[in-house]
Design a protein around this ligand. Structure first.
Ligand SMILES: [Zn+2]
Length: 306
């Protein structure tokens, strides 16, 4: 009876996680934010010979704790690194959980100057005193770079690359032996990207490089938001940005501004990209930031001296 009960308990579904864990290669996992957005973004991890490298830490520290528990279910190896793909709090919010596990935080050089300050601007009128205090207490990265890096987990190579377009301080994480690229927010799958700090011009150039990688047709791309994708999703994302830029430029030529411009662009974007979920709020912000970029008035984060 006891054995039967134990077997039944084992067959029961795992307590619900704030993300869906997908194996995308040998010892390589994507943690995809669930439909309720309890994690705030995607993350992932790579298990090497002598340790684990985590990609991003979610917004929610509880989700980061759940990620650590999932890693612990799969391997007893130490969590040696977390790579922050950029400074935004939806990717750095759980850093302290990973730091407390012993991880060294690796980030782009600019993240140290931005993570405790620019994240407050990022939330705009949605900032609360609690969130402000949390952001001001985020750990600073331990290792920063403005160059590409190889991180070795024993004999397993992880390639960290600097990329332009989304914030001015973004990294991608490649696992060549698994043909996986964790893109951070350089790729969004069927969800409008956050352009607040972006340059669409630079972004399109970087994503063209992702699609032109030698193994592109056989690669898995793990976006910052949305489900795991392939090279067709990279092309689809580029097409989305190109359409947005063209439609905003057309609206500007027709003299449309602000709300009228967003109202003109939104239905066209929805009909061109019917499998995307495009909220009114998201498209309004995208049109605003695209318009600023085309007008030459876009403000982007400025690197801070160390
Ligand atoms: Zn994000």
């Amino acid at each position: 009876m006891i054995a039967f009960a134990a077997a039944a308990a084992q067959a029961a579904p795992a307590p619900s996680l704030p993300f869906v864990l997908r194996q995308v290669g040998p010892g390589t996992y994507a943690a995809i934010d669930g439909p309720d957005h309890k994690s705030g973004s995607n993350a992932g991890f790579v298990i090497g010979d002598d340790g684990v490298l985590v990609i991003d830490a979610f917004f929610n520290p509880d989700a980061a704790r759940a990620l650590v528990a999932e890693i612990r279910r799969l391997t007893p190896k130490p969590i040696r690194y977390v790579v922050n793909t950029h400074y935004h709090a939806d990717h750095t919010g759980g850093d302290r959980v990973l730091r407390d596990e012993g991880a060294t935080i690796i980030a782009h050089k600019n993240v140290r100057g931005w993570v405790r300050t620019n994240n407050i601007n990022l939330f705009g009128d949605r900032i609360t005193p609690e969130l402000k205090a949390r952001i001001e207490a985020l750990p600073l990265p331990d290792v920063t770079t403005d160059k590409d890096l190889a991180v070795w987990l024993g004999s397993r190579k992880v390639v960290v690359r600097t990329v332009l377009g989304h914030t001015g301080g973004d990294l991608t994480v490649g696992v060549p032996d698994a043909r996986v690229l964790f893109t951070g927010d350089m790729l969004w799958r069927r969800i409008p990207p956050n352009l607040i700090d972006g340059s669409v011009r630079e972004w399109l150039a970087s994503d063209a490089q992702f699609a032109a990688m030698p193994d592109a047709a056989r690669m898995t791309y793990v976006p910052g938001h949305g489900d795991v994708g392939d090279v067709k999703d990279v092309a689809d994302f580029r097409a989305y940005l190109i359409d947005l830029r063209r439609l905003v430029a057309d609206g500007r030529k027709a003299g449309l501004k602000d709300e009228a411009l967003a109202k003109a662009v939104a239905p066209k974007m929805r009909s061109l990209h019917p499998d995307w979920t495009i909220s009114d709020r998201a498209i309004a912000f995208e049109v605003k930031y695209m318009n600023q970029e085309l007008a030459g008035t876009k403000k982007r984060p400025v690197p801070v001296d160390d």
